[in-house]
Design a binder for this molecule. Structure first.
Ligand SMILES: [Mn+2]
Length: 299
């Protein structure tokens, strides 16, 4: 039997760095079923990680990091004796019963929580892991947009530990944008619909891939809220401007309210998503209606 560390599908920098830190804390192996992308490949290489592509069989201790949608880790949960959740997303209270230990704190990245645990338990943070944590903070806080004073304190400690400069963090997370992604963004911009609610601009568009990157790009074009629908993958991603979040607008809660048997939704106040088994069209309508309803009540 094994200690296994798992995270969400198509893991981002924070998920991979968190998994690497959890491995230092708990030992065992990391399993990432659907592989790494260009960015996370760089992190894995820096940290000398060789994650398993699959794992079947009994698990003695399962550590789930940076994951809000448990459908990604359902099979692991079924096969595990002891279960631990470490996360920084809006906590779904239904999850409490599924885990033996839940460590959920309000941070801009899961890596900050893991780093805090490593400090508490006096587990050594290598130079490389410190740099990866710093990269995770940068990417998960959307370039410090959701950072608070403690985020910068932690970042400062991590840079000191890594012996590197911030430019090295930027270098680690920069990848040449593939042409296919740039085309997806441009096509999404071409077919977007603009809804105006109470002076807020709510953009809806459709893609067949890269919904997160497209959502971020459309925010940069001037939307207040973006909804990106991937009909093939039956997934919806949404983003909201920070000034709305500061006024109490919360996409993570909206997605949680919409989710039902066939759908899993959640995320952060400013960035959230929902996966549907079918009926993505109806879910899209409900997402748009809920967002419009909420915005109509805001000043
Ligand atoms: Mn994260």
């Amino acid at each position: 039997m094994e200690t296994l560390i798992v995270t969400h599908g198509s893991p981002d920098v924070d998920a991979v760095a968190s998994a690497a830190g959890a491995k230092e804390l708990y030992g065992g192996k990391i399993c990432i079923p659907n592989g790494l992308n260009q960015k996370t490949e760089k992190i894995a290489k820096l940290l000398d990680l060789e994650p398993l592509g699959y794992y079947e069989g009994k698990i003695e201790k399962l550590v789930v990091v940076d994951t809000t949608d448990l459908s990604w880790v359902e099979n692991f949960l079924k096969n595990a004796e002891e279960k631990i959740l470490i996360d920084h997303h809006a906590f779904n209270p239904e999850y409490a019963a599924l885990f033996d230990e839940v460590i959920v704190r309000e941070k801009s990245s899961c890596s900050e929580i893991i780093y805090g645990l490593m400090k508490e338990k006096r587990v050594k943070v290598s130079k490389e892991l410190a740099l990866a944590f710093a990269a995770a903070i940068f990417t998960d806080s959307a370039g410090f947009k959701t950072a608070d004073a403690s985020t910068f304190k932690t970042l400062s400690e991590l840079l000191e530990l890594s012996g590197k400069k911030f430019s090295n963090v930027l270098e680690l997370v920069s990848v040449e944008k593939e042409q296919s992604l740039r085309i997806a963004v441009l096509k999404a911009a071409q077919r977007l619909e603009i809804n105006k609610v109470n002076d807020y601009l709510v953009i809806v568009t459709r893609v067949s891939a890269f919904e997160s990157a497209v959502a971020n790009a459309l925010m940069a074009l001037g939307a207040d809220v973006v909804i990106v629908v991937n009909e093939e993958e039956k997934r919806i991603e949404a983003r909201a401007r920070m000034s709305l979040v500061d006024k109490g607008f919360n996409l993570g809660l909206i997605m949680q309210e919409i989710q039902d048997n066939g759908c899993n939704g959640g995320g952060h106040a400013g960035a959230a998503g929902i996966n549907c088994e079918d009926g993505v069209k109806q879910i899209e309508e409900r997402v748009l209606e809920k967002i419009k309803g909420k915005l109509a009540t805001m000043r």
